[in-house]
Design a protein around this ligand. Structure first.
Ligand SMILES: [Zn+2]
Length: 411
């Protein structure tokens, strides 16, 4: 085990590897897991790891677990990394790869982190997993609770897409619908968790174990590109933790000497809910809450990313990346562009393609760049939005002759 515990991102407190922690007990800021990177450098071999099959848990040495018998897995991670030359030409960059986290077990990126928090819940002996969610995290928590034989409780905004609610319910979760938008529910949920009144394992915003799962983006991207890092990696940004943690993963690989350069970490938000974009444009180091407006990107409803947003900004500034906001029509166009490559992605998950187009048009991305866009959720997750984009044929043909006539009409 190389996991050595936690360091606070704000004060100088450190904690051991067996502690059940959320925020720093001393200053209530975010905690970050630490590892013995010197020992990892001596003992681990990148090419042996490259040959190891599996997704997230192929990187067990890089994850904060103590008991391997506790691992709760549905085969998450190891998602497709697809070179998309046609899309690259349409978007205007030299080389474009799409990493599709829609291929995760419950259809979204959340499985990558919830597998770790579910494992910690088993390690610590909890019986109930909980979270607040715009839908995808809820589905994932419900699935991993089921897999571990535990109960789950999830809090969702009332306008959560039906497929996401349905999925959570089908896995046996208690779904509590709450009035208000996500940032409001998140504030109340965190108050609930930190009240000490419930013996649930929080898989929500403040869990430092959960976020370590998101580092695996970096490992998979590096491995799948034979350790030749791209110029830029673009994620959708809600709270921004995927950006911050993928950046941590890349820096770990750099410290180990497995890669010789780091990518520019970039993020995309819906223009209707873009607090991190605003801070980035103002060159602020913190993120102030904003008023959220309606957007098709319902999973990107984090109007108050707080401490997480600051971590994302840190990654973006230090890597030389960018933040950009995109309008709903651009998001639909991005979904259609992904469909040209056979990818069925929900609006919130498709924003990196829309953001990349904007960054190219604005001259912030050089057309000679090699870019990886991470797309994060299946189109089935928000199918009503896609139903709006297509027209189901009204005519129904009957019998072979009619079928033949229709076929000949197609040509
Ligand atoms: Zn602290």
């Amino acid at each position: 085990m190389y996991f050595t515990g936690f360091a606070c991102t704000s004060c100088d407190a450190t904690y051991g590897p067996k502690e059940d922690l959320l925020l720093c007990p001393k200053c209530s800021n975010l905690l970050e897991a630490t590892y013995n990177l010197d020992a990892m450098k001596r003992e681990l071999d990148r090419d042996a790891l490259r040959r190891r099959s599996g997704g997230v848990w192929a990187w067990q040495d890089f994850l904060p677990i103590v008991d391997a018998d506790a691992i709760v897995s549905l085969g998450e991670g190891g998602t497709p990394m697809l070179r998309c030359d046609r899309l690259a030409r349409l978007v205007g960059v030299r080389e474009l790869w799409v990493k599709s986290d829609a291929a995760n077990p419950t259809g979204s990126l959340k499985d990558r982190s919830i597998t770790v928090s579910a494992t910690k819940a088993v390690e610590f002996g909890y019986h109930v997993l909980s979270c607040d969610s715009t839908g995808n995290k809820a589905s994932s928590v419900a699935a991993y609770a089921a897999r571990a034989g535990l109960a789950s409780v999830v809090f969702c905004p009332e306008d959560t897409p039906v497929p996401k609610v349905m999925q959570s319910l089908f896995f046996g979760a208690k779904v509590i619908r709450v009035r208000g938008h996500y940032a409001q529910i998140n504030a109340m949920y965190r108050r609930l968790i930190h009240s000490g009144r419930l013996k649930w394992y929080d898989c929500g915003t403040d869990n430092p174990y959960r976020y370590e799962g998101k580092k695996t983006y970096a490992y998979e991207i590096a491995r799948d590109l034979s350790w030749q890092l791209p110029d830029r990696v673009i994620h959708p940004a809600n709270g921004g933790m995927s950006i911050a943690k993928a950046w941590k993963g890349f820096r770990e690989l750099h410290r180990l000497g497995w890669i010789d350069r780091l990518p520019k970490m970039s993020g995309v938000q819906a223009a209707a809910c873009d607090p991190i974009v605003r801070s980035w444009l103002a060159r602020d180091s913190t993120v102030a809450p904003i008023e959220k407006n309606p957007t098709v990107a319902g999973a990107l409803a984090g109007a108050d990313p707080g401490m997480l947003g600051a971590r994302a900004l840190d990654a973006i500034y230090n890597s030389g990346g960018a933040m950009v906001g995109v309008e709903d029509p651009e998001i639909f166009e991005a979904m259609k562009l992904l469909a040209l490559e056979g990818l069925f992605i929900e609006p919130s998950g498709a924003v990196p393609i829309a953001g990349l187009r904007r960054l190219v048009a604005g001259g912030q991305v050089d057309p000679g760049e090699r870019v990886v866009c991470v797309v994060t959720g299946s189109g089935f997750k928000d199918s009503d939005r896609i139903a709006e984009q297509v027209e189901i044929p009204i005519d129904v043909v009957e019998g072979y002759q009619a079928m033949l006539a229709a076929a000949e009409q197609v040509g």
